[in-house]
Write a protein that binds this ligand. Structure first.
Ligand code: ATP
Ligand code: MG
Length: 166
């Protein structure tokens, strides 16, 4: 599979549209912040795989928000050569000891709320695999139970003019 230069703003916007439809959500429930100065941010990779990664993060943000979905996505330059996509929800949140574990294969947080929500525990394992295959990484954090969750996907930034990394 060939790697191409991917416009992350439009990839994320597509994934948001798919998630809104899948969960029958109004458009304002998942928003993508404009980048400062409307700068476009790119990475080099496999578009279908990155879509799968972003869709899995958005799927979690929607389904682990049983009281209502309010998701904010933003793209920013990180340390010049990286692009960070942050996806913040206002859902059930995570305890600090789960921040790393949730990326393990088949891992699901135990508890009354989560057990009512269907899943296999593979989504974030796949996200991490795809992030690493792109030379990037993914992390999760939360202020705690019912305090929402922020997932950050960091990818190498590409220069569309040279079709290569910075
Ligand atoms: P699948 O994605 O395979 O359908 P899943 O959603 O359970 O199943 P992951 O996406 O890998 O699996 O997530 C692992 C676990 O991390 C979830 O079961 C849930 O407990 C926790 N989790 C993931 N995203 C969030 C989130 N946004 N808010 C709260 N908990 C989350
Ligand atoms: Mg999931």
């Amino acid at each position: 599979q060939g790697r191409t230069v991917i416009d992350l703003q439009s990839l994320v916007a597509d994934c948001i549209a798919v998630t809104l439809q899948r969960y029958h959500l109004p458009p304002e429930s998942i928003v993508l912040d404009p980048t400062p100065g409307a700068v476009r941010l790119y990475t080099l990779g496999i578009s279908d795989d990155l879509r799968t990664a972003v869709l899995n993060i958005l799927d979690n943000a929607a389904k682990y928000s049983p009281e209502g979905v309010h998701v904010r996505c933003s793209l920013a330059i990180d340390r010049y050569t990286w692009v960070a996509l942050t996806i913040s929800d206002t859902g059930i949140g995570l305890a600090p000891d789960q921040f790393k574990r949730i990326f393990k294969r088949f891992y699901r947080v135990q508890g009354r709320t989560v057990s009512k929500i269907k899943g296999t525990g593979l989504g974030l394992f796949l996200v991490r695999t795809i992030a690493r295959q792109h030379g990037g990484s993914v992390t999760a954090e939360s202020s705690g139970h019912n305090q929402g969750t922020t997932v950050t996907l960091t990818l190498p930034r590409a220069n569309p003019a040279t079709q290569s990394a910075f």
